[in-house]
Design a protein around this ligand. Structure first.
Ligand code: GTB
Length: 217
């Protein structure tokens, strides 16, 4: 039986700091103990027909397993979580809630974070940048404040660690240097708990090794 294969950056712009979205897929594989193979792709390859057939937007990650080809890192994490224990509860109601937190991470928390990040990359020299930045940050605060209130003193969002926490930690991590998270002390501690998991460390080391190999190549 061949292993599932994902695609990842041959040369990640994050210089191996674990922000590219193959990181969440690698982490999910490690949490459930599923070995996997990686096909490293260049930015040029990602825009060629063979890759576009897998990922119509010319991005990574993709997931191939037998006749199945998937894109969208959240869908890939769900596939992994459905196939092996470790990321979703067996109880049907708890499982549904954990999947709900997956959607929350990608649909409610990530969008304002991405909006601020993209504005920082593409609008910094525009006249409206300084005026718009606090508006974008307020939108993030409006979400993470309520997430912080819901999490409270709990270790994870709904009982045991789940795929919902995995995605939420990878989303919140993108605020690490923004100064926004420090307003809610339970959120940096929540992220730290996620990053301290042995499965995360193995996933991070695997992705970082790509950067080290390329840097020393
Ligand atoms: N919704 C899709 C989005 C996938 C996506 O954004 N892929 C990015 C890499 S992860 C996003 C990302 C990129 C870089 C950093 N970084 O820190 O350098 C962080 C995250 C990509 O392939 N970009 C290339 C392109 O669009 O041409 C998913 O979740 O799978």
């Amino acid at each position: 039986m061949s292993l599932p294969v994902i695609t990842a950056f041959r040369n990640s712009p994050d210089r191996g700091r674990g922000f590219a979205r193959d990181m969440r897929v690698r982490w999910a594989f490690e949490e459930v103990g599923q070995p996997y193979d990686v096909r490293l792709v260049s930015f040029e390859t990602m825009k060629e027909p063979a890759h576009l057939a897998l990922q119509p937007f010319g991005q990574i990650p993709t997931y191939e397993e037998g006749d199945l080809a998937l894109f969208e890192s959240g869908a890939i994490v769900l596939r992994i979580a459905e196939q092996r224990a470790g990321l979703l509860p067996n109880d049907p109601d708890a499982r549904a809630r954990a999947i709900g937190w997956m959607f929350c991470a990608l649909n409610t928390i990530e969008p304002p974070i991405l909006e601020r990040e993209v504005a920082g990359f593409t609008e910094r020299d525009r006249t409206w940048f300084e005026e718009r930045r606090p508006i974008l940050e307020d939108r993030i605060h409006n979400r993470v404040r309520r997430l912080s209130d819901r999490l409270g003193d709990a270790d994870w969002l709904d009982g045991a660690f789940s795929a919902g926490d995995l995605l939420m930690v990878t989303v919140l991590r993108r605020l690490e240097r923004s100064g926004i998270l420090e307003t809610y002390p339970n959120l940096p501690a929540y992220i730290a708990r996620g990053l301290a998991r042995p499965a995360y460390q193995r996933a991070y080391d695997a992705q970082h090794a790509v950067f080290v190999a390329r840097s020393s190549g």
